[in-house]
Design a protein around this ligand. Structure first.
Ligand SMILES: NC(=O)c1ccc[n+]([C@@H]2O[C@H](COP(=O)([O-])OP(=O)(O)OC[C@H]3O[C@@H](n4cnc5c(N)ncnc54)[C@H](OP(=O)(O)O)[C@@H]3O)[C@@H](O)[C@H]2O)c1
Length: 261
């Protein structure tokens, strides 16, 4: 059996991405870690370098040319990526008409454009080599269309559909594509002024990022199409999927966190 290949993880300095990087390091994969903030990224890289060869690339993945820049930086390191994890993201809530246009654009670049173009660039090399894995981090919010999270949830729905179609293109070439759709997970995704993460974990509303990453990697290496980690999240996704339009309409009319005429 050949040695584990290089794994590139976006959004690797915290939360689910850091746990995914730790899990990949445990399996012996050399790492390329990519995140926006150089300081936390260097700290994550220092921790993981004790286990496997690790490179850190600080990069704003919401830049329109992010995929191209990243491919160039990886090529300059002389590395061939065997596992591509598109995980970087941020949360945005509120009505679309109230969204800061720059934040909305960054979200769409980060969640839609960059993962798609990274898949184009690194997936092509994987297809040539007849091996590799692409893991996309979606969300259970992709299971229906709720007001107040339109940009976030729709971008995650895009990733879910994109990955499913990409899977059917690439699997005949020996390349695997997996989607992980986490439910609410206690990470830096949430503003601590709005969400008490410790309390949410204590009462069981949120889980930690470790089991999410573990389930994601198990599913990816088992070449499964989709995993929703945790029974509660699976039930929630199912309930969201079944929610009829009239209930969503009622929610829209009553929700105190949305504007009213
Ligand atoms: N937590 C949840 O409840 C939950 C549920 C479903 C799905 N997810 C998804 O899981 C993924 C990871 O989120 P998380 O919960 O682990 O939150 P997190 O701890 O805030 O991690 C987000 C990661 O994305 C990186 N990132 C954000 N903007 C970036 C940019 N412009 N360029 C490069 N990197 C950027 C962050 O790096 P910097 O700090 O350096 O910017 C950070 O490493 C996201 O895609 C999120 O949507 C999370």
């Amino acid at each position: 059996m050949s040695a584990p290949g290089v794994a590139l993880v976006t959004g690797a300095c915290s939360g689910i991405g850091l746990e995914l990087a730790r899990g990949l390091a445990e399996r012996g994969h050399p790492l390329v870690l990519v995140s926006d903030r150089a300081g936390p990224l260097a700290a994550a890289a220092a921790e993981l370098a004790a286990r496997v060869p690790t490179h850190a690339i600080p990069l704003d993945l919401a830049r329109p040319d992010a995929a191209e820049v990243l491919e160039r930086e990886v090529a300059a390191l002389g590395l061939e990526v065997e596992v591509l994890v598109s995980n970087a993201g941020f949360f945005l809530h509120g009505e679309v008409a109230d969204a800061d246009p720059a934040r909305a654009q960054a979200l769409l670049q980060l969640h839609v454009v960059t993962p798609s173009l990274l898949a184009r660039r690194f997936g092509r090399r994987m297809r040539e080599r007849r091996r590799g894995h692409l893991l996309f981090v979606s969300s259970i919010s992709a299971w229906n269309d709720f007001p107040g999270i339109a940009l976030y949830a729709s971008s995650k729905a895009y990733l879910k559909h994109f990955a499913a179609a990409l899977r059917s293109e690439l699997e005949v070439w020996g390349v695997n594509v997996t989607v992980v759709a986490p439910g609410a997970t206690a990470t830096g995704l949430y503003d601590p002024r709005e969400v008490d993460l410790d309390l949410a974990r204590r009462v069981g509303v949120m889980g930690g990022p470790e089991p999410v990453a573990r389930a994601a990697l198990e599913a990816m290496f088992a070449r499964r199409a989709l995993v929703i980690p945790g029974l509660v999240s699976r039930l929630l996704a199912w309930a969201m999927w079944l929610t009829p339009r009239w209930v969503i309409g009622l929610l829209r009319r009553r929700a105190p966190w949305l504007g009213h005429p």
